[in-house]
Design a protein around this ligand. Structure first.
Ligand SMILES: CC(C)(COP(=O)(O)OP(=O)(O)OC[C@H]1O[C@@H](n2cnc3c(N)ncnc32)[C@H](O)[C@@H]1OP(=O)(O)O)[C@@H](O)C(=O)NCCC(=O)NCCS
Length: 229
């Protein structure tokens, strides 16, 4: 039997690995790009073209990430790491939409680290940085990620067509669709984390208290997002 990392095994306590979350710097761009490309290859095949995923994707991600982190206007990128290893990242475009709020433009966890709580930690930190509503787009085909978003309080909304990465239609396979997930009140997301933490420790941290502890960041200038997670 294979067991996913951090998976619940009857009779065995779950082992959560130590995770450090911090704001990304330009020095992180190559590692983030490599994780992003690997994650797209594993999870976006069928929506993005094989030619792109087997060809330009790594170079494309390196170009995007070195530009983003060199001048992070209107956005914040948070990385998760264990020692020298990058285990995940989230990229947030602050105040992207007057209705839906800040946009989670990318959220990816290293393949061998899924179900260790890293995605929850990153998304919760992004909600704290947003300090208001957040939303994102997830591929219709990506039902595993949709289960994750629902588990952390996300509400499914409308569907739309996926825009090709870098604006190049040849990078898409057919006409894939995406689904909006939203958290009108970021405290609803933090509530999941706070409840789990309270269950573990016996403390009584409210979602509002947890959100305040995460802090807010609203002083970022605007930048155009890619709109694909
Ligand atoms: C989606 C993703 C970010 C989730 O991160 P993660 O660290 O694996 O998720 P967590 O460990 O925080 O999961 C929290 C809860 O979400 C739910 N969940 C997460 N992944 C799930 C899955 N594949 N199936 C069902 N439920 C899932 C579970 O309830 C889980 O709690 P549990 O493990 O205690 O049961 C990660 O799996 C990933 O990087 N996937 C590939 C890239 C991707 O699809 N990114 C999203 C683009 S929109």
């Amino acid at each position: 039997m294979t067991t996913r990392p951090g998976a619940s095994v009857p009779g065995k306590p779950r082992v959560r690995t130590f995770m450090l979350l911090r704001t990304a710097t330009p020095a992180d761009s190559s590692k983030i790009a490599d994780l992003h490309a690997d994650s797209w290859r594993r999870h976006y095949r069928g929506a993005y073209s094989d030619t792109f995923l087997d060809g330009d994707v790594a170079a494309d991600r390196r170009t995007v990430w070195s530009a983003r982190l060199a001048a992070p206007t209107g956005s914040v990128t948070i990385v998760a790491e264990q020692g020298d290893h990058l285990t995940g990242f989230v990229h947030l475009v602050i105040d992207h939409d007057p209705v839906w709020g800040s946009l989670v433009d990318n959220l990816h966890v290293a393949h061998d680290q899924h179900r260790n709580g890293i995605g929850t930690g990153l998304l919760t930190r992004a909600a704290g940085a947003a300090g208001g509503p957040i939303h994102l787009w997830v591929l219709r085909q990506n039902t595993a990620a949709q289960r994750f978003y629902r588990a952390v309080g996300g509400q499914a909304g409308e569907t739309a067509l996926v825009a090709p990465p870098g604006g190049d239609p040849a990078r898409l396979h057919g006409s894939p669709e995406k689904l909006r997930m939203s958290w009108p009140d970021p405290a609803s997301l933090v509530a999941v984390t706070a409840t789990k933490a309270n269950d573990r420790t016996g403390s009584t941290i409210t979602p509002r208290m947890a959100l305040q502890q995460l802090g807010t960041a609203s002083t970022f200038a605007r930048r155009t997002p890619e709109g694909s997670s």
